[in-house]
Structure formats: C-alpha cells, structure tokens
Design a protein around this ligand. Structure first.
Ligand SMILES: [Zn+2]
Length: 379
C-alpha cells in the first residue's frame, strides 16, 4: 500500500476557529450549520436537546419509541428472562444485548431511535433506569452524561465496552500515528479560540479526551461485548447460564462471518482510501487495511463546511479517490459541486449509531460493504 498524499492543504486558522466554535456553541449555531449542509442531522440533534430539556415525560415517550425489540411486549412479558432489564447507551450495544438476552428481557437504549449518541443528555428518569437496571452496557469516555450517571447510580452490573479484553480502543492521535486516519491537522491542533478551548477542556475533564468511540464498526469488537453481556446476565440469572452462553456464541459466529465477508470484499480494490466527513471508520479501516481521510472530526457536530470539503476534494483531484462519504445523504448542492468541479461522487456511509428502519446491525454493515466495494472499485 502506498502512503497517502494528504498534505499541502492546511486548514486556515479562520476555518478552524469557525468550526470549533460551532462545536462549542449551542442551538443557534446549528442553524448556521444547517444552512451549509441542509442535512437532516442538525434538526435531529436539536430534537435530542429538546427532549433532554423537556425532561421525564418526553424521555418516557422516547423510550417507548426506542422500543424493546428483543422483548415480547416489554414490561408485560412473561416467561424466561422477564423482569430483567438491560439499559444500553446506544443502538449497536442494544442490538448485541437483545441477541444475547432471553425473549422476555427488556432491553432499552438511552439514545432514542433516530438520534445520534454523540453528546447525549439524560433525563432524570433515564438516570433512575440506569440505577435499577440489572445490566448497563456503555462505552466510558464517549458520552459524558452516561459516564456520570453510571458513576453516581452504581448499577449492579455495568459493562464498560472500552475496557473489555480483546478490544483495543484508540484515540484519533493514535490512529493518525498508525496511518489509519489522516485528518490533515483538522482535529489534532487546538484552536486559539477561547470558547473552543473551554469546550475541549470540558470534554477532557469528562473523560472524553480523544477516544474514538466507533469500535462497533469493526464487527470483531462486538464479540467480546456479547460475552460480557452473557456473563453479566448469568450473574443475575444463573438458571439460564447455558442459554446466554449459547446465544453469545451464536452471535459471535454471525459477527465472524460478517467480518469474513468484509475481508473478502475489500481484499483487492483499486483504492484503499476512504474520504469521510465524520471520522467514524477508524476501527473498520484498521481491520480491513483501509486509510481514512477525515474531512471532519470524531464528533459529527463539528461538521465540516462546504469550503473545507471542497479544499479536500480539490487536493484529491486526479487521485484514485472517487467518492466522498457522508453520514447522511449529502445535500444536492454539495453532491453537484463535488461532481462538477472535482469529479467526485458523494455517497452515504452509515456509522450505525442509531436504530432505523433500514435493517439491523448486520444488514446495515452489509450495505456499507457494498458501498465501499463500489467506491473503492474492489474485484
Ligand atoms: Zn460518531
């Protein structure tokens, strides 16, 4: 693999200040972002904030909407597993838990369906759910509000996915040093802007300093999660130990098969470079020999401007890169500009951070694989 060319287009100080300020600010700033991207995401994020502010009643609604697809009727369920509750931080952890738990177990996600887990705020009723849950599954260092709630509520069995054996959490700096994620200095250098510095410092204090949380995009990393959920469930429900163990093994086999599909599909491609607007694909890149060129940062809230995207696109003109990947479908304006000026396509690559109607984790990972195979011209 040749080393990627990814320099000579340093981001201007003004550009840096603007984006970090956006990341730091609330509400109003997203309107500006929305004007640039016209995506669905700013609206969704505002919706999440509103939810948090609205408190318990709204949160209860969200939890209903979020569902307990692994349970047979939620609280009213009877039979094996009924009465047990698993509270998970966001969708992929919910999906793993549902696959390991018995049918009657109530498995919920703190992040409502359709919302992003980044910067989640919790309602008081969600904090009390964490307190009373039999098992809590989260990633320490990802969502400060969840970290704080777990620390205060002290649930009986809290699984910090980032601390599990066989999972190797990375920071963006480590990914850069290993050549997995090239960010062109976009997120690595601190801003001179005081508001941005304060925000960065607050995140660091909350334990979110630089951890790339997107470990679920390497399916192998969900295998130890399944094992940990099985062990925690066994601790509260010994009678079904064999079933939990078997369920975790079955899920591990499915995840292993998915990983084999990725390895085979991405084995021989014309390019190994993926250009992303949300640096969510570091673990996937590491596992399958790709290099992620990040136009934006780890937090989708710090969404890059059209100018930033165009600067990167111009630097890739004539290279083997064919596509810029967006978390959501890119606005027609951006797609058109990229195609016209730089000959690049705009495609959606799903970071699978929230549940939706497009299928479960495995189905959506397969969609991502197809998208990658086409963009990287794999044989
Ligand atoms: Zn993300």
């Amino acid at each position: 693999m040749s080393s990627p060319r990814w320099s000579g287009h340093a981001r201007s100080a003004a550009d840096a200040g603007a984006h970090l300020a956006l990341a730091a600010a609330d509400g109003g700033a997203h309107l500006t972002l929305g004007a640039v991207t016209r995506g669905a995401r700013p609206a969704r994020r505002r919706a999440v904030r509103f939810l948090a502010a609205a408190g318990a009643a709204a949160a209860a609604l969200a939890l209903t909407a979020c569902g307990t697809s692994g349970s047979a009727g939620g609280a009213a369920a009877t039979g094996p597993g009924s009465g047990l509750t698993i509270v998970t931080a966001f969708y992929p952890l919910q999906w793993v838990s549902e696959n390991v738990a018995l049918k009657g177990t109530k498995v919920t996600s703190l992040t409502p369906s359709g919302a992003e887990p980044h910067d989640l705020e919790l309602s008081p009723s969600q904090v009390s759910q964490i307190r009373t849950a039999d098992v809590v599954v989260y990633i320490k260092g990802f969502q400060p509000s969840v970290d704080k709630a777990v620390q205060q509520a002290k649930p009986k069995h809290a699984i910090d996915v980032a601390a599990l054996p066989n999972i190797d959490p990375m920071t963006l700096d480590q990914e850069a040093a290993a050549g997995i994620t090239q960010s062109d200095g976009y997120t690595a250098s601190p801003s001179a802007d005081p508001a941005a510095q304060a925000a960065a410092s607050a995140k660091a204090k909350a334990g979110a300093a630089g951890l790339d949380p997107h470990l679920w995009l390497d399916p192998n990393n969900l295998v130890p999660v399944a094992g940990a959920v099985a062990r925690a469930l066994t601790a509260v429900d010994k009678a079904h130990a064999a079933t939990y163990d078997a369920n975790a093994n079955t899920l591990g086999e499915r995840l292993g098969a998915l990983s084999t599909e990725f390895s085979a599909g991405l084995q021989a491609c014309a390019s190994t470079r993926i250009v992303t607007t949300h640096a969510a694909f570091g673990y996937l890149s590491k596992r399958y020999g790709l290099v992620q060129l990040s136009v934006g940062g780890l937090d989708p809230e710090a969404e890059p401007s059209l100018q930033r995207i165009r600067t990167v696109a111009a630097s890739l003109k004539g290279s083997d890169v064919t596509t810029v990947f967006f978390e959501e479908t890119a606005s027609p304006d951006i797609a058109e500009t990229l195609a016209k000026d730089d000959g690049l396509k705009a495609e959606r690559l799903d970071p699978i951070e929230t549940s939706n109607t497009e299928g479960d984790y495995i189905a959506r990972m397969r969609t991502d694989l197809k998208t990658l195979e086409a963009a990287l011209q794999c044989h």
